[in-house]
Design a binder for this molecule. Structure first.
Ligand SMILES: [Zn+2]
Length: 412
């Protein structure tokens, strides 16, 4: 079972100073900043999933994470050099897709098949996913000829027609990557129908799309229906699904790979499960920058709080966190400082009990990953991109550790 991490150009600056919060003045982002697979001794994934929408930033607007210069460099140098895939201990694979989420609201996918092939082949990817159109609904009882299913059928037909064209163009152009078709559906039966059509075209690798909002039982129902039609040689990829505990079960249904950003994004998007451990999760300790918090800045502007007061509370919180990590003070004054500061930038949620749990257990001290070893308590502080991304990379490391025994079970 291979795990692909969807790339959004998330890197960390190895020279960042956590105390002064300054960067090396000679830092060159593209040269000095490091990907997760460079910062961790062993890459926490088998490959990267690179979306055309993320690289181009056209479809849907606002999804582009690449500057024009980065985009040109990716095409010029190819993925292997651009992502420095050979620098880690394990050589990584690159899978490409179109980023169908970014154009979900459109009538029709905005990319032509040849344009997408240019992207995959031009950048030297190992796998390329055909152009698809997401179906979000899941209604197992709605039949194909039901009026309610009209739009879903339309999207499935677009996806299958583009898959047929993609397959033919890949053959005609003698591409160097392995093409994957996409099955979109709204029910177990409709997913199975799509798999039948894709196998008929010639696909031996099929990605299952639109399953992100589905419950595990619903995914398993779809996989069971697909089992009825799946050729023994067909391999499945789950798009956007990371459910570690279910990996051995998924494997029995022909799933050989999946991708997800969850372990990374939960570090700074989730309300509670920010820091992974082998057995659970902790909340991260929120100390936002006075300058970076819009709500707090508005309160300062309106005169509700003085800037000096806010800065002093922020400073005290950081100082006490470091004193605590150096075993100089007890947990109570640290929780108090976090709560005092929170009263001015948040004022609503009381996270003191969760903060106390994170602080008392000090999970970062038990973690052998390169990031926790290097920066200690800073990794659990919810503050700015350098700490938040490092915590995301740590989560990827833990995710891989959790995944490993599950993967070994699938091999046995
Ligand atoms: Zn760690």
């Amino acid at each position: 079972m291979r795990f692909f991490f969807p790339d959004s150009q998330d890197q960390v600056d190895p020279g960042f100073d956590f105390v002064t919060e300054e960067r090396d003045p000679f830092r060159v982002r593209q040269r000095d900043d490091l990907y997760a697979h460079e910062v961790l001794t062993q890459a926490p994934f088998d490959g990267l999933l690179v979306s055309k929408a993320i690289v181009d930033g056209k479809a849907g607007g606002g999804t582009g994470k690449y500057t024009a210069a980065q985009r040109h460099r990716l095409y010029r140098e190819g993925a292997r050099r651009f992502f420095r895939l050979d620098r880690g201990h394990t050589p990584l694979k690159i899978m490409g897709d179109c980023g169908a989420f970014s154009y979900v609201a459109e009538e029709y996918p905005p990319y032509s098949v040849d344009e997408v092939i240019d992207f995959y082949d031009g950048c030297g990817f190992h796998y390329g996913i055909a152009v698809d159109h997401v179906i979000f609904q899941y209604e197992p009882k709605t039949a194909r000829n039901d009026e309610r299913a009209a739009e879903w059928v339309r999207r499935q037909e677009i996806t299958l027609a583009l898959a047929a064209e993609f397959w033919q163009r890949c053959k005609a152009r003698r591409v160097c990557f392995t093409p994957l078709g996409v099955a979109q559906g709204w029910s177990p039966q409709s997913y199975a129908d799509a798999v039948v059509a894709l196998q008929r075209i010639g696909y031996q690798r099929i990605a299952l799309g639109g399953m992100v909002p589905l419950k595990t039982q619903e995914i398993l129902a779809c996989l069971a229906a697909i089992d009825q039609v799946r050729e023994p040689t067909t391999q499945l990829h789950l798009l956007g699904i990371s459910r570690c505990d279910d990996v051995p079960t998924f494997a029995t249904h022909g799933v050989t790979s999946f991708d997800s950003t969850s372990p990374f994004r939960q570090a700074f998007k989730d309300d509670r499960d920010n820091y992974y451990t082998p057995t659970g999760t902790y909340v991260a300790l929120r100390v936002p920058q006075v300058d970076g918090n819009p709500k707090l800045k508005a309160r300062i502007r309106s005169g509700e709080i003085s800037q000096a007061q806010a800065l002093a509370l922020e400073r005290t919180a950081l100082t006490r966190l470091r004193q605590y990590d150096a075993d100089e003070i007890d947990v109570d004054p640290v929780v108090q400082a976090l709560v005092d500061y929170s009263a001015v930038w948040d004022g609503k949620s009381d996270r003191s009990a969760q903060y106390r749990a994170t602080l008392t257990d000090r999970p970062w001290r038990d973690c052998p990953c390169d990031l926790c070893k290097a920066i200690g308590i800073e990794v659990v502080i919810f503050r700015g991109t350098e700490r938040n991304k490092r915590r995301g990379f740590h989560n990827l490391y833990v995710f891989e550790q959790r995944l490993r025994p599950q993967r070994e079970r699938t091999r046995a």
